[in-house]
Design a protein. Structure first.
Length: 299
């Protein structure tokens, strides 16, 4: 059985007007097209839904059973149409730690102000995990802190992100110029392998330090931030994640011969991903995002 929305519309309009001609006028259909749609409906149901009383069509018991269901189907269809005309979206976004915690909430909030019907499912993990989710089509789009080295993924530069070396204000390294030897000997708080931040930190620092004599690995940037505030060591971390702690004196930047450091954030999607209109709209929204948080500050 293959009932159609047009048949449901014909049923409802004839029920209201009791005339195939009047129903055709409302639906912009000829009287013969209305009669054909009704005949097809009754043939598929195996039941007549109208009694023919002269030139009038009156709902019978089968028609009265079907009418409220037909009206509900049409109401739901109109709801779907209205939903998408209002910019509805049900997007699955993956983000690495810094992006998911410090950047994406503001982007999603602004997007939802413009498109109130939008819905998001956000997955936060390290860059490697998000790249795998994109590759498996578990998320529609990834916003990550490190380059993804996979042939099946398309990756494009997005935002710049400043990094700073910080420590607790009572650390022996605070408040003075620190040598590279002292930095090398200090305890470093690092993300786990697979993290974009870990990859970037190693790329930027090992050129100057040639290794970390002591390291403590923590599974999130928030844990590293808390450990640094507690005095467990120093860390190289996105400035936007510790801006409040720096402003309130819970952390201080470490002065050293290290040059200013920054990295690039990326947008990644599967090479074969089909972009719906809402997803394309969100991608464009991200690409046009005006980020004023980049501050290149010596570490």
């Amino acid at each position: 059985m293959r009932l159609t929305l047009r048949q449901m519309e014909v049923l409802v309009e004839i029920a209201h007007s009791r005339s195939a001609t009047a129903a055709g006028d409302t639906l912009s259909m000829s009287q013969s097209a209305v009669s054909a749609a009704l005949a097809e409906l009754e043939a598929q149901l195996g039941e007549r839904v109208f009694d023919r009383v002269g030139k009038r069509l009156v709902l019978n018991d089968s028609g009265r059973l079907l009418l409220p269901r037909a009206m509900a189907i049409l109401d739901q269809t109109r709801g779907i149409e209205a939903l998408f005309s209002a910019g509805a979206a049900a997007l699955r976004i993956g983000a690495s730690s810094t992006v998911g915690n410090a950047i994406l909430p503001g982007i999603m909030a602004e997007f939802c102000r413009e498109f109130p019907a939008a819905q998001f499912c956000l997955r936060v993990g390290n860059t490697q995990a998000i790249a795998e989710a994109v590759a498996q089509f578990e998320v529609d789009l990834g916003l990550v802190e490190g380059a993804c080295h996979r042939d099946d993924l398309a990756i494009a530069p997005w935002l710049r992100d400043a990094l700073v070396v910080v420590c607790a204000p009572d650390s022996p390294l605070a408040g003075r110029e620190v040598s590279l030897d002292e930095l090398r000997a200090a305890r470093w708080l690092l993300r786990e392998p697979g993290s974009g931040t870990r990859e970037t930190v190693e790329t930027l620092l090992l050129e100057h330090l040639h290794g970390f004599e002591r390291a403590m690995v923590l599974g999130s940037s928030e844990a590293i931030r808390g450990a640094a505030i507690a005095g467990l060591g120093l860390t190289c971390i996105p400035r936007r994640l510790v801006r409040d702690a720096l402003d309130h004196g819970h952390l201080v930047t470490v002065r050293s011969p290290l040059p200013p450091m920054h990295r690039t954030l990326y947008i990644v999607h599967h090479q074969k991903k089909t972009f719906s209109q809402p997803l394309q709209r969100f991608l464009q929204f991200c690409q046009n995002w005006q980020d004023d948080s980049f501050v290149s500050t010596p570490g």
